[in-house]
Each structure stands twice: as structure tokens, then as C-alpha cells.
Design a protein around this ligand. Structure first.
Ligand SMILES: [Zn+2]
Length: 416
């Protein structure tokens, strides 16, 4: 994965970056000279493994240490609103899971995972303006493997603003074209199969909500998405397109774009919720609306729309396409179809799995904003509830849910 070409491209990127990155690059070059591992052919070098993550508080800094099987190149940068530190690495495997134990010193929380093909990302939530004072890789010594060390120190907000303003190239490499979306142009033939876009919520560096016994929403959504794809494909009636089919982050507007590029006839976004009150359980279905049906739906949309922030996205380049789509006539038609499908899903779910009392609600979900693809978002249950979590984690018990979703899709297209 770490081909010479990529290394060269990275070199340019480092050169444009803040002094810390020049420093990092120097360290990497030194390591490459010192370490026989770097000199070896790097054909299999892409998949380093992170075996441990530790944090420590010192008088003058908060330190993050990653134990790794290999030395890696990396890029670090800071973001605001909210304050975050982002570290991009080549794609690595994680032998450790993120959880709350990383709340220490300047670090409020941390997530890591695949950001996109070829790039793994660590996103650190920090308590205020900070800078990456030092970041370096230590070569193996004794029994210890490579250690990747990042030191964070608090800074005044004017210094932080200068860091943010430092020109920075895109944090990730060129987007790898997805294998899934159809790129066909022109209108579909009348007898062509309907295209169902299945959107497994969250993924990679964005775990989604965390369940009562530690399950990740991103795993549940992907499992159901894959099972639903299988079921729909077996029926032979549909063409199925996935916004993701593995544990990778996909930003919200790209999910919408994939649905549109595939000329989707239906966009089904799968999620699972959590709530402080652990007794609450059941599924619910959401469609897009400028005005939310109720406060909880609005809060849920706000929570789901945060996925890009969670994954360390910078909104400096956010175009207005998804953020502010005007609800024009075409979209109104789409919204009617979305509502029709939503009520079919609610009916099917109600007959086979538990649903909330008000099962169809509306709010401003960013992922539902394709103006021409009827879209619904399904919260399949509450991972904060033990029973819901058990159901959503069990392939056997998920089958009823998957069948209900498939039946509602069948009914929708049979009526059209
Ligand atoms: Zn979600």
C-alpha cells in the first residue's frame, strides 16, 4: 500500500503543512534510514496493526501512544467547532476498540477506524484549543514494537486560530471510485428492475451510537444492510446498490450522491438509536421535512447529522448542495413517495417487530435530502435497551426485521 508514488505524493503534502508536519517528515525520513523494515519491500506493508492505545497526563502535556507493528507515515491537523485533533494514517487494522477510557487530560474522547479505502483516521475530541506539540514514531526497542507518540498541549485561542488557518491539503488521498453505484446515464428502460439503495448508517471512524453492552451501531447497520441486500437480490426483482458494504466511513452527502448516481428508486438508510431511559425500545421510521414532527425527531436528526463531525470532517469545503436543498416541486413529489413507503414500512414492522408509539415521524435528516430519490431513515431499535440490542445483534432474530423490510419494498413496488 505504501508505494513509492504515494510516499512522494505525501511528501508534497507534508511540505505544505505546519512546522510540526515538516518535523514529522524529518522523523520519518530518519526512521526510514535507521530501520531495516522500511528498507524491505513494502508490498505488504500497508496493513500495519495497532495493538494498543494509551493516554497519559503529564504536567505540561497530554500524551497519546499507539503501539504498532510497523512504522507509518501520518498527517495531523486540528479542527474547531468542536475542537478536534485528527490523525490520518495509511489503512491499518485495529486490535483495540475505542471507548470511554480515553477521557484524560485534554482528551475528552476518541474514535478510530477506516476513513476511506487506504486511510485510517483517529479523531480526538479535545477540551479546548490545543496544538500537536510533537508527533513521532519510535522504532522497536526490546520487546516493544513501534510506538507512535502524539503530545498535545493547550494553547491560547489566537495561536489555535493561526494553526487552523495554516493551508492544508485534503486530509485524504484521491477518492477510490466505489464499485457499487451504477453510473448509467439517461432514463432507465421501462422494464428495468427498480434500484434499491441500502445505506448502512455510520462506519469506520464513526461508530454511531454505542449499545448497553458495547455494540456499535455501525456494525448492526452493516449486518442488516448485507442481509437485506442478499434477500432482495435473491428475489431477482431488484438491483441493489450499497452506500457502503464494509466498515468504512462515508460522509453524508456522498451517501446521497451515490443514491442519485445510481438512479435509485428507493433509498433506505438503516440506523439504531440509543436513549438514556433504558426501558424504551422499538423501531421507528423517519422521512425528510423542513419542520420536525416533534422535539425528539429534531434531536435525533441533529444527532445523526453529526456523523461527519464525528469522523473529523472539516466543513470549510461544504458546498450548499445537501445543506440547503430547496424543497421544490420535484422534491415534494419525492417526499410524498417517501411518506407512502414509510407508512408501508411501519405497517410491516408493526406486524413483526416492536415499534414506537408514533412510528412515522419527520425531521431534517441530511442523508434523506436527495431531491429525486424517495428516501426513508429507519431506526431499527434502541441499542440502549438490552432486548433490542440482543435482537439487533443476533442474525437469527434480525431475520424478522429483514423480512419486514423486504415485504414493505415489495408492496411499494407492487402498488406502483
Ligand atoms: Zn445512526
Amino acid at each position: 500500500m505504501l508505494s513509492g508514488l504515494r510516499g512522494g505524493a505525501k511528501a508534497q503534502r507534508y511540505a505544505q503543512n505546519a512546522p510540526v508536519n515538516i518535523f514529522i517528515r524529518t522523523i520519518i525520513v530518519c526512521l526510514m534510514l535507521l530501520s531495516p523494515l522500511f528498507a524491505a519491500p513494502q508490498a505488504v506493508a500497508g496493513q500495519g496493526v495497532v495493538t494498543g492505545v494509551r493516554t497519559g497526563v503529564h504536567t505540561d502535556k497530554t500524551r497519546l501512544v499507539l503501539d504498532m507493528t510497523e512504522g507509518v507515515e501520518f498527517q495531523v491537523f486540528v479542527l474547531d467547532k468542536p475542537y478536534r485533533v485528527v490523525i490520518d494514517l495509511p489503512e491499518v487494522a485495529w486490535q483495540t476498540r475505542p471507548d470511554a477510557q480515553y477521557h484524560k487530560g485534554l482528551i475528552k474522547g476518541m474514535r478510530f477506524g477506516l476513513f476511506e479505502a487506504g486511510t485510517s483516521r483517529i479523531v480526538i475530541d479535545v477540551s479546548g484549543p490545543v496544538k500537536v506539540h510533537r508527533a513521532f514514531v519510535l522504532p522497536p526497542k526490546g520487546s516493544s514494537k513501534y510506538r507512535f507518540v502524539v503530545d498535545l498541549v493547550a494553547v491560547q485561542s489566537n495561536e489555535f486560530r493561526r494553526l487552523i488557518a495554516t493551508p492544508r491539503s485534503k486530509p485524504v488521498k484521491k477518492v477510490v471510485p466505489s464499485a457499487t453505484p451504477a453510473q448509467t446515464n439517461g432514463s432507465r428502460k421501462a422494464n428495468a428492475k427498480p434500484v434499491i439503495v441500502i445505506d448502512a448508517g455510520h462506519g469506520g471512524v464513526d461508530p454511531g451510537t454505542i449499545g448497553v453492552s458495547g455494540s456499535h451501531e455501525k456494525e448492526v447497520t452493516l449486518a442488516v444492510a448485507l442481509e437485506l441486500r442478499k434477500k432482495l437480490q435473491r428475489s431477482g426483482k431488484y438491483k441493489v446498490v450499497m452506500t457502503r458494504d464494509r466498515d468504512v466511513f462515508v460522509r453524508l452527502r456522498r451517501r446521497v450522491a451515490r443514491g442519485r448516481a445510481a438512479k435509485g428508486d428507493l433509498f433506505v438508510s438503516l440506523h439504531a438509536d440509543s436513549i438514556r431511559k433504558r426501558s424504551v425500545r422499538g423501531a421507528s421510521v423517519y422521512t425528510l421535512s423542513e419542520k420536525s414532527s416533534d422535539k425528539e425527531a429534531a434531536a435525533l436528526a441533529a444527532k445523526e447529522n453529526k456523523a461527519d463531525i464525528i469522523a473529523g470532517m472539516d466543513f470549510g469545503d461544504q458546498s450548499k448542495d445537501v445543506a440547503n436543498i430547496l424543497i421544490d416541486l420535484a422534491q415534494r413529489e419525492t417526499m410524498n413517495l417517501s411518506a407512502t413507503f414509510a407508512s408501508l414500512v411501519v405497517d410491516e414492522l408493526a406486524s413483526s417487530v416492536r415499534v414506537l408509539r408514533r412510528s412515522h415521524r419527520f425531521a431534517g435528516f441530511a442523508v434523506l435530502k436527495a431531491p429525486d430519490v424517495p428516501s426513508v431513515l429507519i431506526e431499527m431499535g434502541y441499542l440502549s435497551n438490552r432486548e433490542d440490542e440482543r435482537i439487533l445483534r443476533s442474525p437469527k432474530r434480525r431475520a424478522a426485521l429483514v423480512s419486514a423490510l423486504a415485504r414493505s419494498i415489495d408492496t411499494y413496488f407492487a402498488k406502483r
